[in-house]
Write a protein of this length. Structure first.
Ligand code: NAI
Length: 337
């Protein structure tokens, strides 16, 4: 079997998941190089998993002539620079969301993708590959709920990860680009239309630290799409019960609900608290399967010489809408795209 030789940059919270998947769960991929600015992270992965090449400098890694592809899991402000240099070095590129941290940057990524059209480029909006979300898309395409005209999205991180969120508040770009961008991608995908008008509200209700960065710990946005369909987004940083991603899509003949209860699994505990269903506690736990499936799709596209459905233009659009929502929130106004 042909194995695609891959390098990964970023070995943090999500990078280590993708690295593990590439090393052990994707049969037609071979993780041959790892890169992080933290030498200990590189050493640990190389030693424990027997990865031949390790780097603390990304530009050095992409010079490795054995490499065919890279996965970019560095912090978001590095994405576009690393995408452009890898594509121009002749490598296929997977990058996690968001594509870039400004729309102008995303346009640079578009140009690099366009001038390297023989290369596979994929943006990691993994929810599209989660089996429940993919199934919902299939049902919508088959007409099971008629024409969808409303999507309601909830995305909340658990309170127990709040210290990390506060630490990165200055550079996260805010809740819309950091978290609701996944919901924006789903809304565009399911509704099959583009955003026209955006209103947003919210605040720092529990953790005032977010306010000084023009962000909130809980925010909402209401959007009208060009075909008159509607979307309602709620994103939060401090859910007491755990990690919750829930989506409802309402159509002219019915509706779909994905993860209406953010249950960890199918086990219910009957005890002195009543009947308890435990909640998933992290994105790694809830979307572990989706991360494998999306990376498998990236590798299969390379092997089979085809392109993923999700494009660089989706990455730009999602960023554009997320920043428009941030502007609507910060300026208390309606933004027209
Ligand atoms: P993190 O902060 O936990 O890890 C970042 C990693 O990149 C670390 O290994 C760090 O040493 C390395 N790094 C930093 N600057 C570097 C540079 N210039 N060159 C090489 N390595 C560098 O970050 P996290 O949370 O893993 O996020 C990484 C990306 O994944 C972000 O863009 C984030 O938006 C995205 N993400 C996506 C999620 C999803 O559900 N799809 C969930 C979490 C993160």
């Amino acid at each position: 079997m042909k194995k695609v030789k891959v390098g990964i940059v970023g070995l943090g919270r999500l990078g280590i998941e993708h690295a593990r998947n590439l090393a052990f769960k994707i049969p037609n991929a071979e993780l041959i190089a790892v890169c992080s600015v933290v030498q200990d992270e590189v050493d640990k992965v190389q030693k424990e998993w027997g990865i031949p090449y390790g780097y603390t400098n990304y530009d050095e890694m992409i010079k490795n002539e054995e490499l065919e592809a890279v996965a970019v899991l560095s912090p978001s402000p590095f994405h576009v620079k690393q995408i452009v240099s890898a594509l121009d070095a002749g490598l296929h590129v997977f990058v996690d969301k968001p594509l870039g941290v400004t729309v102008e940057e995303c346009k640079e990524a578009e140009k690099a993708v366009e001038r390297n059209e023989d290369k596979v480029f994929m943006v990691g909006f993994m929810r599209r590959y989660d089996p429940s979300y993919a199934y919902a898309k299939k049902l919508i395409d088959e007409g099971r709920i008629g024409k969808p005209f409303l999507i309601k999205c909830t995305s909340c991180d658990p309170e127990h990860t709040i210290d990390g969120a506060i630490r990165f508040a200055a550079t996260s770009g805010g809740l819309f680009i950091d978290m609701a961008v996944h919901d924006i991608d789903l809304a565009r995908w399911y509704l099959g239309s583009e955003v026209d008008q955006i209103y947003a509200i919210g605040g720092s209700y529990v953790h005032e630290e977010f306010a000084k960065y023009g962000d909130g710990d809980n925010v909402c946005s209401l959007m009208k799409f060009k075909d008159n369909s509607m979307a309602l987004f709620y994103a939060g940083r401090d859910a007491a019960h755990g990690y919750q991603v829930e989506t409802e899509i309402v159509g002219t003949k019915g509706s779909l609900r994905i993860a209406a209860e953010p249950a960890k699994n199918m086990c219910k505990i009957f005890d002195n608290n009543g009947v308890v269903s435990e909640c998933s506690q992290s994105f790694q736990e809830r979307f572990s399967e989706a991360y494998v499936i999306e990376m498998q799709e990236f590798i299969n596209c390379i092997v089979e010489g085809r392109k993923p459905d999700i494009t660089v233009y989706d990455g730009t659009k999602n960023t554009e809408v997320a920043f428009a929502a941030t502007k609507a929130f910060q300026e208390n106004t309606v933004v027209h795209l």
